[in-house]
Design a protein around this ligand. Structure first.
Ligand SMILES: [Zn+2]
Ligand SMILES: [Zn+2]
Ligand SMILES: [Zn+2]
Length: 308
């Protein structure tokens, strides 16, 4: 009887030891997996970011970099009574390099993806203007779908919480003389400008809110609640981002049955994108009616001409 109990206990201890060993093996393995994964994740980031354009070498003075030398500052001669010790030496900077810690902006290539008018005007060379603003603005906007702001050429700003905000160079910013600005408003103005809607109340360098107020004053603004959008209208959209201005798109089409609009929006995730949403969606701020704008501002043009 006693022997059986002893055997059971022995077995149990053995199993326990095996379990312990197994546990050790598993935790070692998982530590290795974590290390390898973290390293594999860091690696591409390092290789991606190794090209800098600031013109400086990244350098911080340190003992390891050989920037300092221990120099004797003790005047006592070494003899039986005195042997130089730690306090007899002073660490002196001998490195002549400029200290520079690369920051995010050091990785921006300010010459990358830069465009001038001759380049962007080629992108809608095939568009034939009809003279109707609502049609022409959609045609110009459609030719720009897929454009993405530069990822290589950017500036770094700080927001209110002192976090870095990266603003990329864009074609529409370059056109509006604010190459690194939020460019949704500039994109819509660009389309109007090249659609030759030159008497339309443009607002190239204002915020979307400033432009909206201007359009309200001109009485060509429509609240979304009681309005059926039309092709060629401007749609103002909430960007839902704190560090970015709201968005302005150009309505391509309106599906009355589904009450949905297709619009072409600039600076939507840094791109010109086609965007589908409900015409009364929460994100829709309101519309500018291009039919009203044509009535109001094209007539002015004709009047002016006939007065001459
Ligand atoms: Zn140094
Ligand atoms: Zn000494
Ligand atoms: Zn640098």
């Amino acid at each position: 009887m006693n022997r059986t109990v002893a055997k059971v206990i022995k077995n149990y201890i053995q199993r326990y030891k095996q379990k312990k060993l197994w546990y050790k093996v598993v935790s070692c393995l998982s530590a290795i997996v974590v290390f390898v994964t973290v390293y594999a994740l860091i690696l591409p980031a390092i290789t991606l970011e190794d090209k800098t354009y600031c013109g400086y070498e990244g350098h911080v003075h340190s003992v390891e970099n050989g920037c300092y030398e221990n120099q004797l500052v003790c005047n006592l001669p070494e003899d039986e009574e005195h042997t130089h010790e730690e306090g007899c030496y002073k660490q002196v900077l001998i490195c002549e390099k400029i200290e520079h810690n690369h920051s995010t902006s050091c990785y921006s290539d300010l010459n990358a993806d830069v465009e001038t008018a001759d380049k962007w005007e080629k992108t809608f060379k095939g568009v034939e203007l009809t003279g109707k603003w609502d049609e022409d603005i959609v045609a110009i906007a459609a030719s720009q779908i897929g454009y993405t702001e530069s990822e290589k050429n950017f500036i770094v700003l700080e927001n209110e919480s002192e976090e870095e905000v990266i603003k990329g160079y864009s074609r529409y910013g370059a056109w509006g003389d604010n190459p690194y600005g939020d460019w949704s408003v500039m994109f819509a103005n660009f389309c109007l400008y090249y659609a030759k809607a030159d008497t339309f109340p443009l607002n190239i360098n204002g915020t979307s809110t400033e432009w909206m107020n201007q359009l309200k004053e001109c009485e060509i603004w429509k609240n979304k609640e009681d309005y059926k959008p039309e092709s060629g209208d401007l749609v103002f959209l909430d960007s839902k981002k704190e560090d970015t201005d709201n968005l302005v798109g150009i309505v391509e089409s309106y599906n009355e049955e589904k009450q949905e609009i297709y619009s072409i929006v600039g600076d939507m995730d840094n791109q010109v994108q086609e965007y589908l949403c409900a015409s009364k969606d929460d994100g829709v701020i309101g519309y500018c009616s291009m039919a009203l704008a044509m009535d109001k501002f094209m007539i002015v043009k004709v009047e002016k001409r006939s007065m001459k």
